[in-house]
Ligand binder design. Structure first.
Ligand SMILES: CC(C)(COP(=O)(O)OP(=O)(O)OC[C@H]1O[C@@H](n2cnc3c(N)ncnc32)[C@H](O)[C@@H]1OP(=O)(O)O)[C@@H](O)C(=O)NCCC(=O)NCCS
Length: 171
């Protein structure tokens, strides 16, 4: 896993972003604001401002310096500002090589140790077994299931909430 890194975005990531993100197999289980088709304009907006919207912290997952996916957290607000949602995707040519699991472990440590988040949570479509496996491998636990929680692509979907609590206390 030596070639893997989390790094800040670069303008030059635009091409890789479009190539990898413009794939229904990637967008299928992502939030409905993730576009499909995914255009160069979508990538440009993401690289300019999108990755920091609502105080989100996102990084490029890279292999030998090249973007292969994205991982990030979106902190909640007010009395829930100790919580953050974590989300990620990797490009289809890179699936099942352990890369998302590596990135999730890295980002979880960063969120707990540097960003001082108390609890991370991930909403997962019921059919997204690969993502559930990634979360389990990184010692996230299933907190519960919300039935018919989202409507996407013409269907209602149950959402499984996975979470991990910062072991570093309560302050
Ligand atoms: C989910 C996703 C991030 C996984 O990325 P990845 O880089 O392939 O993840 P890893 O290689 O670290 O781990 C995948 C694990 O899922 C397992 N897996 C893959 N497909 C599976 C399936 N259909 N059913 C059960 N397990 C599956 C793999 O075998 C592997 O587990 P293992 O290491 O025990 O063999 C990637 O498929 C993706 O980006 N999907 C689209 C976007 C998405 O769903 N994001 C997550 C939203 S919650």
């Amino acid at each position: 896993m030596d070639q893997l890194q989390l790094r800040k975005f670069r303008d030059s990531d635009i091409e890789r972003l479009v190539t990898l993100a413009n794939n229904k197999n990637v967008s299928r289980y992502l939030i409905d604001t993730f576009p499909y088709p995914y255009t160069p304009e979508d990538a440009r907006l993401w690289l300019q401002t999108g990755h920091q919207q609502n105080k989100s912290v996102n990084y490029a997952i890279t292999f030998d310096g090249e973007l292969i996916g994205i991982i990030g957290i979106k902190p909640n607000r007010g009395w829930k500002s100790h919580l953050a949602e974590i989300g990620y995707w990797t490009g289809e040519p890179y699936w099942n090589k352990g890369y998302a699991s590596w990135a999730l472990n890295e980002m979880t440590s960063h969120a707990f140790n540097e960003l001082k988040i108390k609890k991370l949570y991930a909403p997962v479509f019921e059919a997204n077994h690969a993502s559930m496996r990634v979360l389990e491998k990184c010692a996230y636990y299933r907190e519960g299931v919300l039935n018919l929680e989202v409507f996407k692509d013409g269907n209602y979907h149950n959402i499984h909430y996975f979470a991990k609590i910062n072991p570093d206390g309560n302050n």
